[in-house]
Design a protein around this ligand. Sequence first.
Ligand SMILES: [Zn+2]
Length: 216
Amino acid sequence: MVLKDWVGLVTGLVISSMVTAQNAVDQKIKRYNKVGNLKVDTSFNSSYLNDFMIPYQEFADLHNCKIKIKNKKLKTTMAARPHFFSLLLGKKNRRYVILVNKNESFKGVHLKDVPSEARVGLFAHELMHIRDYESRKVSGVMERGFQYLSHKGKKKVEHYTDSLTIAAGFGQQLYHWASYVLHDSDACEEYKNFKSEVYMCPVTILSQMEATRPRP
Ligand SMILES: [Zn+2]
């Protein structure tokens, strides 16, 4: 081996050991915290977990569900979905993900801008999607997936989820969320139009709260 080959070999070894060391450091950075059956992205944990726990604590039926909260690029503020492959493993092994939009150029509503009470309403709504999935067999969960392919189907699912949120006692917070999106947020007009077509509008939320209020 000539000197040039030795230099090449040593340089290669040094670089590969540096890469390995960097990978080890990356793996040590904790990305999720465990809170009971929740697995929470650390950035969500530090900013929003207290607000999230307000509705979550009320929904005891969801405490046994395995739910992961993670960041993803989305076309909406948040979304709740079943983990597709876990659907094949039986109901006991089902897992869910609640996604938070990390797309900074998104022209809709960014979670960081949402006032606390409205955020609680949004979190309650996302948890109601999971309550809805939990009440369904695999075929029923698949049906939800198909409904999302059409505007009419999407509207039906989102209105139903909003009414579950009201029935669960979070109508006031949902009203704040819906009203913030349409009247106070920096979302573009196109996004606001989409929201008002697909979701319950603030006035409907109030009238449904009134209609379902228990009479003395
Ligand atoms: Zn929804």
